[in-house]
Design a protein around this ligand. Sequence first.
Ligand SMILES: Cc1cc2nc3c(=O)[nH]c(=O)nc-3n(C[C@H](O)[C@H](O)[C@H](O)COP(=O)(O)OP(=O)(O)OC[C@H]3O[C@@H](n4cnc5c(N)ncnc54)[C@H](O)[C@@H]3O)c2cc1C
Length: 399
Amino acid sequence: MTIKKRYDVAVVGGGPAGTASAYYAAKLGLKTILFEKHSYPRPKPCGGALSARIIPLLGKEAVKAINCEIEELRLFSPSFKCLSLKNVPGYTVRREEFDLAMAKDAREAGAIVMDNCRVKAIYQLPSGDYEIAAETATITAKYIIMAVGFPKNALIRSPFTREEFEEDYLAMTVLSETPVDNKIMAEVNFPPKVMAIFFGAVPNGYAWYFVKDGYVNIGVGATALLLKDVGAVNAYKQFVIDLKQKGFLPKDLELAKERAFPLPFKRTAEKSVFGNVLLVGDSAGFVSPVTGEGIYYAVKGGQLAAQAISENLKNGAPLSSYHDNWKKDFGNGLDKYGYFLREMLYKSKRRMELAVILGIHDMQMATLLKNLIFGVYGYQQIFWKALLRLPVTLIKTIF
Ligand SMILES: Cc1cc2nc3c(=O)[nH]c(=O)nc-3n(C[C@H](O)[C@H](O)[C@H](O)COP(=O)(O)OP(=O)(O)OC[C@H]3O[C@@H](n4cnc5c(N)ncnc54)[C@H](O)[C@@H]3O)c2cc1C
């Protein structure tokens, strides 16, 4: 009989949720191993916008991997009215660079990082430990952190993946990221460090145009169900045509091939702890229903998961505290107020038009919109602040 190596924590998936979990678990002194099915650097379809609140949570390699600080946020209404905002609390990254850097931080903290090593199956042993059968290794662990991203892509035999995502709970996104000369972008007045959002460019959703240092990232996203009629790729192609026609994008710039990718959103997991298995990141639906932001929640969730495991191992504190803690930290805000704000904003083109017009007439409301997008306050706070401000904004808009 071969003795399999035993770890305190096995992390499955090496995106932001998995690498952050491994980073924090190793920092807390837990014997940690992470499995990632692709080799780093691996591509991941993503806008790569980060809200500034993530910075204190990151290791030093991840901070170094930031591509640029956003200098201007342009919010376009469905009729292309533009609200321009400065002092933006956000950054952009290129995911292949950022995720690789996160993996380096985890490794430097003491975790074993095994990339190019897909986990094929997970079993619970009579001892209560778990056996993790991966492509080039089989190990056992007391705890598992499942951070496989969109669960249906995980190709893993295990009772711990959340499969109940209905079409209505999914966003469909299509995007491309293309290398480009910064000077060319300045000529079309979309220089690097400008982040533009086009509300209503797709039915009940938005399109984005992020100009990074040396790259443009362009994409569309909306509820899968609503994009079905138009076709997500068609919506993306139309958006690119619109950008070129308006002179926002160099006409002869050939964009990299677009990729489509699903994103779970709208409701976080009702259950995120199964025995000693914890779900984190997209696997647990940690995605803003308003913006599609998931990286911050993935990293914060990873930190909370590692802390709960450490407390459980050291003091016997219940693992269920993990579920309560992320719910309290961001989950309730996402589910209750985030969902409501989403409905308010994206219900119709008229509402999206109004949101931008209100911002153009009232800088305080505009700042609230910016803070909503970059998570400066929780959604609950934003909701009440916006509601209280609305009468003044309406007066300013009408008169
Ligand atoms: C088009 C698009 C644009 C987005 N833009 C933004 C944005 O601008 N800002 C933002 O904050 N969020 C954005 N998001 C959301 C963000 O990308 C996700 O929320 C984030 O990546 C979640 O991190 P994760 O670690 O949970 O999952 P992922 O990043 O998907 O990582 C999961 C990892 O698990 C690995 N894996 C899966 N199965 C196995 C297995 N069996 N064995 C081993 N490894 C496995 C995968 O290879 C993958 O590397 C966007 C999403 C999409 C689709």
